[in-house]
Design a protein around this ligand. Structure first.
Ligand code: SF4
Length: 562
């Protein structure tokens, strides 16, 4: 009996699983298979990008597998450096070309659209495949009887999994990370809870489909991290929840729940205790209304995060709109004043620069356009809000602007959506130039050294080769290095310039016995000195360079001689 899990990737508002990330769903599925009696050697795992490689031998394994499980679902599509989520035609192709039972699941059950600004629709799949309309991991568990034999998939009632089940499956499935093509450079997305605790829900949000907030036990999350760590995981993001500040929060009869700072202290200290040598511990998602309503509790939580995490952390806040008309029409969670207060508080605790080269903890902001109530004025209000943040000296790590995708089963499904495509692209360009660029210059100024940038892709442009890399972590900044560098190696990089949403840099320190003239110039070394270095190298040591090329003395901290 051989099972294959195909990772078609997920990208939801509160869960990410595109390489180098591995979503919790993949690990839960693997754990459900193990609990059903399957041997770990007979559970194979491929990403869709692995299967796209022409002539991939992995494909023949899929053809012959007894069970093919396809995870998919992008409800908030982004741009990915080297990965592309599975397409409906690829799902069809895979189903039609495998003999075994085919189960499809994940957020794809909520609908599919290629891009924002469109209505998502339910997909139909080949006749001999089955869609898990509840949780795919629960479907997989129910697919086996007590003796470990497959049952008829048509006899299964789709259902949601319980927290007790994922407590077990997350640990039993941790081994699967070793089969990820990026291993050991894999970011494990960790779930603390799903579902939304609000009584009313934002019109566009699919998180409400998971029901009311359903918190996992602290000890369960810590045990999962311990097991992942045992299998070599060193990069973690506590990202699968809509608001980390509300984890284990108390219902006090108000529209916002009261945060539990002690619970967050137990969670973070517990993770550090079981994963002492972890390299990254980041988070995702914060509700600005929680922070603005409970500043004292949230200040404590921010201090806890900064105490135990690794720097470069980002709390993505779903602001969605600064326009009160849009906020009201769509039941959005927070008004601009509250978002501003949340940004201010987070800057107070998190703006200090950490060892990664980035500030410890900064807010990010998410905006959604195309919501009911939007008018041309909305664009101005959003821009004015951002300008005010910039002029106030506050830092934002990232501003995400997207067009809404309307999903069946959300309130948006039956609402009329306004369309201002021209204003949208004009406004987005204006934000890129007038907000993103000056903000990026403040967050990551020239001369800052970013530690451990993983080189991932090499491209050839008009000016020569460029290597693109990122730090492992949440919302990593794209780093462009004007040189062809070996891939899958970590480099420290000194920042030399800024794009709207990326930075340019050179390896730090720069080995001038091997660096190209182009790299040395990008590092700021004067052209005559670069020419002299190229002519006279190799050098024995730094003193040798300084003696032979005295004009380089002002740059001595930038260079090395290996
Ligand atoms: S607050 Fe709004 S956006 Fe956040 S999870 Fe709830 S419904 Fe979704």
């Amino acid at each position: 009996m051989r099972s294959v899990i195909i990772d078609g990737y997920v990208d939801e508002p509160a869960c990410f699983g595109v390489p180098p990330y591995i979503s919790p769903y993949i690990r839960y599925i693997a754990g459900a298979l193990v609990e059903s009696g399957q041997k770990t050697n007979d559970i194979l795992y491929f990403t869709i990008d692995q299967l796209r490689i022409p002539g991939s031998s992995d494909f023949s394994v899929i053809k012959e597998a007894d069970l093919v499980i396809i995870l998919s679902g992008v409800t908030v599509p982004g741009k990915y450096l080297r990965s592309t989520p599975i397409t409906p035609s690829e799902i069809d192709y895979l189903c039609k070309n495998s003999k075994g039972i085919k189960i499809i699941g994940g957020p794809i059950k909520l609908g599919y659209s290629k891009e924002g600004g469109q209505k998502a629709t339910y997909l139909t799949f080949p006749d001999d495949s089955y869609l898990a309309s509840g949780d795919i991991e629960a479907f997989i568990k129910d697919l086996f009887d007590e003796s470990g034999k497959l049952v008829d998939p048509a006899s299964i009632d789709s259902r949601l999994r319980t927290n007790d089940e994922i407590a077990r499956w997350s640990q039993k499935g941790a081994f699967i990370i070793e089969k990820h093509p990026d291993y050991p450079n894999v970011m494990c997305e960790i779930e603390t809870y799903r579902g939304c605790g609000r009584n009313v829900h934002c019109s566009f949000c699919t998180e409400a489909s998971y029901g009311y907030s359903d918190y996992r036990k602290i000890e369960d999350v810590i045990s999962e991290v311990a097991q992942l760590y045992h299998f070599g995981a060193r990069f973690f993001r506590i990202g699968r929840q809509p608001d980390i500040f509300s984890y284990q929060s108390k219902d006090i009869g108000e529209s916002v729940r009261q945060p539990d700072a002690e619970a967050l202290e137990s969670l973070y200290s517990g993770i550090r205790a079981v994963a002492p040598e972890l390299k990254v511990l980041h988070m995702d998602n914060a509700n600005p209304l929680t922070i603005a309503t409970f500043p004292n509790e949230c200040r404590e939580i921010m201090k806890t995060i900064v105490k135990y995490h690794t720097s470069g952390d980002v709390a993505a806040m779903g602001m969605e709109s600064a326009d009160p008309t849009v906020i009201k029409a769509n039941n959005l969670k927070a008004y601009p004043k509250q978002v501003f207060e949340a940004i201010k508080l987070m800057n107070e605790i998190g703006a200090k620069r950490g060892t990664s080269g980035l500030p410890e903890l900064l807010p990010g902001l998410n905006f959604v356009h195309g919501l009911p109530g939007e008018s041309k004025k909305t664009f101005q209000l959003n821009f004015d809000f951002l300008k005010n943040v910039l002029n106030s000296g506050l830092l934002l790590r990232r501003i995400n602007i997207r067009q809404v995708m309307s999903f069946p089963s959300t309130p948006l499904e039956n609402m009329e959506l306004p369309l201002y495509p021209k204003q949208f692209s004009k406004y987005r360009d204006k934000v890129r130039k007038e907000i993103d660029l000056p903000m990026l210059r403040k967050v990551i100024p020239k001369g800052i050294v970013l530690k451990d940038v993983l080189c991932e892709v090499v491209n050839k442009g008009k000016s020569g080769f460029w290597t693109s890399g990122r730090q492992m972590g949440t919302y990593p900044i794209l780093v462009q290095i004007p040189e062809k560098l070996p891939l899958w190696q970590y480099r420290d990089v000194i920042v030399t310039g800024h794009g709207f949403r990326s930075i340019t840099g050179v390896p730090y320190p720069l080995d001038i016995n091997t660096a190209s003239g182009r790299l040395m110039k990008e590092a700021g070394l004067p052209a005559p000195e670069v020419a002299a270095i190229l002519r006279m190298r190799p050098f024995k040591n730094k003193d040798d360079v300084l003696m032979k090329v005295p004009g380089i003395s002002g740059y001595s901290s930038l260079i090395s001689v290996d």
